[in-house]
Design a protein around this ligand. Structure first.
Ligand code: SF4
Length: 453
């Protein structure tokens, strides 16, 4: 890392004291910090932004530009509802704060295959799981035929089949020019500028208002190539170190993120793209999973089957949630199947994992039922019980609030076996008869058949 900093572009990070020199030093506190020095330290650490100080001179702003810039630029690909945002990340580790922009999943469509069939299949890659909607984000059209007309035709066909964002993959500027002209309003990612073509590719991407991927031969070469492309005036970039072997790609992605975030190394202050190489679908998904974990902004892969992509999208979903916020479902009364006034009423928390496990088991019992999801702030049964958020009072409040009495003619509610201790208190508080259910959700089908079938 040190060698790279010495050989390539210098680190642009400013220390707190360097920033302080450019501040007014009046300690007026308008930025929310007690002194200009405290503000300078916070700015150096990326905890505030320069615009919070209204008194910085124009010269000061120019000098502090690099300190104020985000460590990784935000780059947008696509248009309208299907725009994919990438970059603008500030952390190396998710638990330090969070990761913000989920890795875009780009599925390759070759101009040498049945383009319309593959594009239709790609467009259909959407999933609903535990109340969340997962989608693949980009179609990457590759020019395997080497024919400019065929490539343009393929790009037009894909654009006609899907509104999702596009990546146009060709290193021949003449081939790119024809296809790009047909879909420039969709703001595709142009892949890629290399040492041989970067001037023409940068000119094309800039003229059409499109982001440009820059592919070097290794990290050093990539840093130098990014500088050259920046000098053409185009700065909406996505970078590819050129590595294709999994461990080298991982090492490069990690170095680029580390240098951008910790050293504000501007040549790597852009989103990144990684391309899978494995032919076996399972191996390819595992390889893509590595790149999603650290730290690709886009992963380009061939897999296009739902069963192949769902694990990857689930993994991405797990990584890009806020680790400080439990994933919760909306508290309320949920109807499972064709529930009637005689249907059983189960009660659980609104922690999404708990809720969806219970929902799956209730569905599996094949007995139409209601589930009362109590607002516990998205935490699980035992934790919520320990924190007094899943108590006789909160369950009673939920019974009243969500109108169960209007839905069923009985007054019986089933609580999780783990909180059997609540039975007496809940009966007293709510006036409902309380049945203690199984300790684990997996016991629900057997329990339901014995009691209600
Ligand atoms: Fe200093 Fe500006 Fe903050 Fe005032 S607002 S204390 S001048 S940094």
């Amino acid at each position: 890392m040190k060698t790279l900093l010495k050989k390539g572009v210098e680190s642009m990070a400013l220390t707190g004291l360097e920033i302080y020199k450019h501040l007014p030093k009046t300690n007026c506190k308008e930025c929310g910090y007690p002194t200009c020095l405290a503000f300078a330290m916070a700015l150096a650490g990326g905890k505030t932004s320069l615009d919070k100080c209204p008194h910085v001179s124009e010269e000061g702003k120019a000098a502090l530009d690099s300190a104020a810039a985000p460590p990784i630029n935000l780059v947008k690909v696509g248009s309208g509802d299907y725009e994919v945002e990438m970059g603008d990340e500030t952390e190396l580790f998710r638990h330090d704060k969070r990761f913000y922009h989920p890795t875009g999943i780009a599925v390759v469509i070759s101009d040498s295959e049945d383009v319309e069939a593959k594009a239709a299949k790609f467009d259909d890659l959407e999933f609903d799981r535990v109340g969340l909607h997962y989608v693949t984000d980009l179609a990457a059209i590759t020019n395997d035929s080497g024919d400019a007309g065929k490539f343009k035709e393929a790009v037009e066909k894909v654009a006609g089949k899907t509104q999702k964002a596009l990546v146009l993959v060709s290193e021949d500027p003449a081939v790119m020019e024809g296809a790009l002209g047909a879909v420039a309003d969709r703001k595709p990612l142009v892949y890629a500028a290399t040492n041989d073509n970067y001037e023409k590719m940068a000119e094309l991407a800039k003229a059409n208002g499109c982001p440009l991927a820059v592919r070097g031969n290794d990290l050093h070469d990539t840093a130098e190539l990014v500088k050259k492309v920046e000098e053409t005036g185009h700065k909406e970039l996505v970078i590819d170190s050129g590595a294709r072997e999994t461990s080298q790609v991982l090492a490069d992605l990690t170095q680029m993120r580390r240098l951008a975030v910790k050293k504000k190394f501007r040549a790597f202050g852009y989103p990144t793209i990684a391309i899978t190489t494995k032919d076996d679908p399972q191996e390819e998904i595992a390889q893509a999973g590595v790149y999603v974990s650290k730290y690709a902004s886009v992963v380009m892969l061939k897999a296009c089957e739902k069963q192949q992509l769902l694990p990857l999208l689930s993994w991405r979903q797990n990584l890009f949630t806020d680790p400080q916020k439990p994933i919760a479902v909306e508290p309320g009364l949920y109807e499972i199947g064709d529930a009637s006034e005689d249907s059983p009423v189960y009660c659980t928390t609104n922690f999404s994992l708990t809720y969806f496990i219970v929902e799956g088991e209730v569905e599996g019992s094949r007995i139409p039922s209601y589930i009362l999801s109590v607002d516990t702030g998205g935490i699980s049964v035992l934790t919520a019980y320990a924190d007094n958020k899943f108590s006789a009072e909160t369950i009673t409040e939920a019974i009243k609030k969500h109108g169960i009495e209007d839905k069923v003619k009985h007054k019986k509610i089933i609580i999780p076996g783990h909180v059997a201790v609540l039975k007496g208190m809940l009966e007293e508080e709510s006036g409902w008869e309380v049945e203690v259910g199984p300790r684990e959700a997996a016991g629900i089908p057997k329990f339901a058949k014995e009691k209600f079938a």
